[in-house]
Ligand binder design. Structure first.
Ligand SMILES: NC(=O)c1ccc[n+]([C@@H]2O[C@H](COP(=O)([O-])OP(=O)(O)OC[C@H]3O[C@@H](n4cnc5c(N)ncnc54)[C@H](OP(=O)(O)O)[C@@H]3O)[C@@H](O)[C@H]2O)c1
Length: 301
């Protein structure tokens, strides 16, 4: 136990080095503390597109961007929650919000979204790939269709939206891509084998893309949160598996959105909101894979 505390202390003291080790010093377009009270909607302002932006972490990212006066394009499957998000954000922040209904797991969605943006010559500065599917069930008991849906949503749609929207992001550079992975992307999780595999794909894709797009002045960031209680089942699952520790590690969606946007605009690569989550993610990345996998297997039983 004593050794564990000393280890955690050492990790905490190097954490700043870990998150700040990336060298893209992207310029935030608008200051964090801009006064939003008297500004009218202005469609010539830059846009941020949030794929999966009507609820949860995606909505929180949208709100943090709205606070910084970005106009928004929100994408989700259900019109009612998109309309509710649009109404809330437009009245609170005097920005313009476009809403598009798409199932991002469908192959044609990325192309249709990109065409929509290109036809309107949208001043796209920020792309947030957020929508993802996990679920609490053991994947050995899950249907092949559901697992295929997970791969298409978590990996293919992120890849396709990024590549189809790249010309607009390049035209409007300096610009930003924020891919939402998970702490699960740092280590194999037996019971959620495919989820952690898809999220590690998001992490690796983001690392590589960042270096490829550096010369084009497009900064790539990857958000890797621990538990975020966006819905009751996430809370239930976290409490069941990790108990008190899981609750302590959880960060509210609003805080995740604020931290993620702030660090994305500062050009950070890996973003892990919350001190305890940072410590855990550092351990996950430092320990041997076999050890981490067996620890997760014990927590999952
Ligand atoms: N919550 C956590 O603890 C946690 C932790 C780490 C990482 N993450 C990751 O964070 C991301 C967001 O999670 P969340 O908990 O915020 O989810 P959420 O509350 O369920 O929100 C998901 C958002 O994506 C949209 N969406 C879902 N499937 C879609 C599809 N096929 N096509 C288009 N839009 C879709 C949803 O709207 P519609 O339902 O209307 O489509 C909603 O706007 C995911 O990638 C997840 O893996 C979450």
């Amino acid at each position: 136990m004593k050794k564990m505390v000393i280890l955690m202390f050492i990790f905490l003291s190097v954490l700043d080095g870990y998150t700040q080790s990336c060298d893209f010093a992207g310029t935030a377009l608008l200051p964090d503390d801009i006064d939003t009270s008297v500004v009218r909607p202005d469609s010539s302002r830059p846009y941020a597109l949030v794929a999966g932006g009507s609820k949860g972490i995606g909505y929180a990212l949208a709100e943090a961007l709205a606070k910084r006066k970005y106009n928004l394009i929100l994408i989700a499957r259900h019109l009612d929650s998109l309309q509710a998000a649009k109404q809330k954000l437009e009245s609170a922040y005097a920005i313009h919000v476009e809403i598009l209904t798409h199932d991002l797991s469908k192959e044609e969605s990325a192309t249709e979204i990109a065409e929509w943006c290109i036809e309107r010559n949208i001043r796209l500065k920020v792309l947030c790939n957020v929508a993802g599917h996990g679920g609490p069930r053991d994947y050995l008991l899950t249907s092949l269709d559901t697992l295929r849906y997970m791969v298409r949503l978590n990996v293919e749609s992120m890849m396709a939206l990024t590549l189809t929207l790249l010309p607009l992001l390049e035209r409007n550079a300096p610009s930003y891509i924020l891919n939402v992975a998970s702490m699960a992307g740092f280590a194999p999780i037996p019971i959620k084998n495919l989820y952690s595999a898809t999220k590690s794909a998001v992490v690796f894709f983001s690392y590589s893309l960042r270096y490829q797009l550096k010369k084009k002045h497009i900064s790539v960031s990857c958000l890797c949160p621990g538990p975020v209680f966006t819905k009751p089942e996430v809370r239930r699952e976290t409490e069941k598996r990790f108990g008190w520790f899981g609750k302590k590690m959880a960060v509210s969606p609003k805080r995740v959105g604020e931290i993620a946007v702030k660090k994305t605009l500062k050009g950070r690569l890996i973003i892990v909101p919350g001190t305890l989550a940072k410590v855990v993610s550092t351990l996950l990345r430092g320990l041997p894979r076999r050890t981490v996998t067996s620890l997760y297997a014990k927590a999952g039983d």
